[in-house]
Ligand binder design. Structure first.
Ligand SMILES: O=C[C@H](O)[C@H](O)COP(=O)(O)O
Ligand SMILES: C=C(OP(=O)(O)O)C(=O)O
Length: 442
């Protein structure tokens, strides 16, 4: 067994109960023959940019669906999502006066860890939906049975999405003037737009000034955009791992940036063991029960050489916990001399079930967690490096609050997520303006 397979000897939390191990091996064998989805050199570029994030020279913005679906690989939905991320990044670039590193939860986010292995409806118990890479969302025994052929579909869906995303970000969608024009439309149409009007006009003036000076660099027309997902299904991730011809080192070519989730970051578990051996930049989600010793051990295991940009800690404490739980972690990690990028996921610690049964999040809680994140880092003199958000570019009704004051009774209208609730386009842009105010105060 080589080091890339060492994870196989360790417990893998959240592993689907595949009915046929032989079929998993067959799917993995097929995946091994496919071309890489991303290149090692691109992963290295992202790592260099994450080193800037850790040092406070760039801001990180990671966003996209909770769970991508095979049927959702449509051009319109992807365009709307990319536009939203680009719009947010223009606002944040201006406010922070620094580059924004743009990363999608895109082109690979097809597998979900779940709180419970099964779901019960009207007395019928079936396996929980674990993402389109594992089983189907409809509540039938056929759909809910894990199917390894889905691992191959995951590859093809990721490839189609990434192809389209790459075309969008060089083919006009990323034009700075156009992206900002969409922001001014948002400010004009939002019921709370007045609050953001001044910043939008300032950005307008800055762009006009640069054009008047004759500045029209390539960066105004296309952007670097990276793909990321949770490295949950290790059979898939191992099968997509390739040896980089430049360096002879292994890279997981399923995406540029991979993260280990809160439910699979066990120090002696398979997910950590797999991630140790690939050279991609790696993220780890840290929930409110993470101890400083956990964080230090994660650093030792994942980044023993203290490679700049290698490790990102994505904290998801919950609005009510972050101000108590985060300081000690940041203090002890900083005191150890390690340099990690600190990123705030204000979504996963703030989920609750509304009385009408919809899983939702309050916009105000999301905002409060981000505020807490900035407060903690400001107090310690450390770097609040970025945001990790579940969002869509469509006007869904999944999270409550925001400028349109979405109520729990509205959730029924356009609740389209197959797992966790996402910020819609207006809520995402509003969050960007509010975070911009925090960056501006820095
Ligand atoms: O996206 C994250 C997890 O998959 C999700 O929060 C789990 O949700 P559950 O508690 O409904 O299983
Ligand atoms: C499962 C996720 O998050 P966490 O591991 O933080 O719960 C996720 O980001 O999809």
């Amino acid at each position: 067994m080589n080091s890339l397979q060492a994870w196989r000897a360790l417990p893998a939390a959240q592993k689907p109960e595949w009915p046929d191990a032989g079929a998993v091996q067959a799917a993995a064998a097929q995946l091994r023959t496919f071309p890489p989805l991303v290149f090692a050199g691109e992963c290295d570029s992202l790592k260099a940019r994450l080193a800037d994030v850790a040092a406070g020279r760039a801001f990180f913005l990671q966003g996209g669906d909770c769970a991508e679906t095979f049927n959702g690989v449509g051009a319109d939905a992807l365009r709307n999502k990319l536009r939203t991320i680009l719009q947010m990044s223009v606002i944040l670039t201006y406010a922070g006066s620094m580059p924004v590193v743009k990363v999608g939860r895109i082109a690979g986010q097809y597998a979900k860890p779940r709180s419970k292995p099964t779901e019960v409806r009207d007395g019928v118990e079936l396996p929980a939906y674990r993402g389109d890479a594992v089983n189907g969302f409809p509540f039938t025994p056929e759909d809910r049975t894990p199917d390894p052929d889905r691992l191959v579909r995951m590859y093809h869906s990721s490839a189609a999405t990434l192809n389209l995303a790459r075309a969008f970000v060089v083919g006009g969608e990323a034009d700075l003037r156009q992206v900002h024009a969409w922001n001014t439309d948002f400010v004009r149409d939002s019921p709370v737009g007045e609050r953001y009007d001044r910043m939008a006009r300032d950005i307008d003036r800055a762009i006009s000034f640069m054009h008047a000076c004759g500045a029209d660099p390539a960066e105004f027309h296309s952007v670097d955009f990276y793909a990321s997902h949770e490295a949950l299904l290790l059979d898939y991730e191992e099968a997509l791992t390739r040896i980089d011809s430049r360096t002879g080192l292994p890279y997981d070519t399923s995406g540029h940036f991979l993260w280990i989730g809160e439910r699979t970051r066990q120090l002696d578990g398979a997910h950590l063991e797999f991630a140790r051996h690939v050279r991609n930049p790696i993220g780890v989600k840290l929930g409110p029960t993470t101890t400083p010793q956990d964080a230090l051990t994660l650093i030792e295991r994942l980044d023993p050489d203290r490679e700049p940009g290698r490790l990102t800690f994505i904290t998801r404490m919950g609005a009510g916990r972050i101000r108590d739980a985060l300081p000690e972690l940041v203090e002890k990690v900083t005191a150890s001399g390690a340099s990690v990028a600190w990123v705030c996921d204000p979504m996963h610690g703030n989920t609750f079930e509304a009385p009408n049964g919809y899983k939702t999040r309050r916009f105000d809680d999301v905002l409060d967690e981000v505020e807490g994140f900035f407060e903690v880092h400001r107090a310690l003199g450390t770097v609040p490096g970025g945001l990790h958000v579940e969002l869509t570019g469509d006007e869904v009704t999944e999270c409550v609050g925001g400028g349109h004051a979405l109520a729990e009774a509205d959730l029924v209208h356009r609740y389209e997520t197959v797992c966790d609730p996402r910020l819609n386009r207006a809520q995402s842009l509003e969050l960007a303006f509010l975070v911009a105010e925090m960056l501006h105060r820095a």
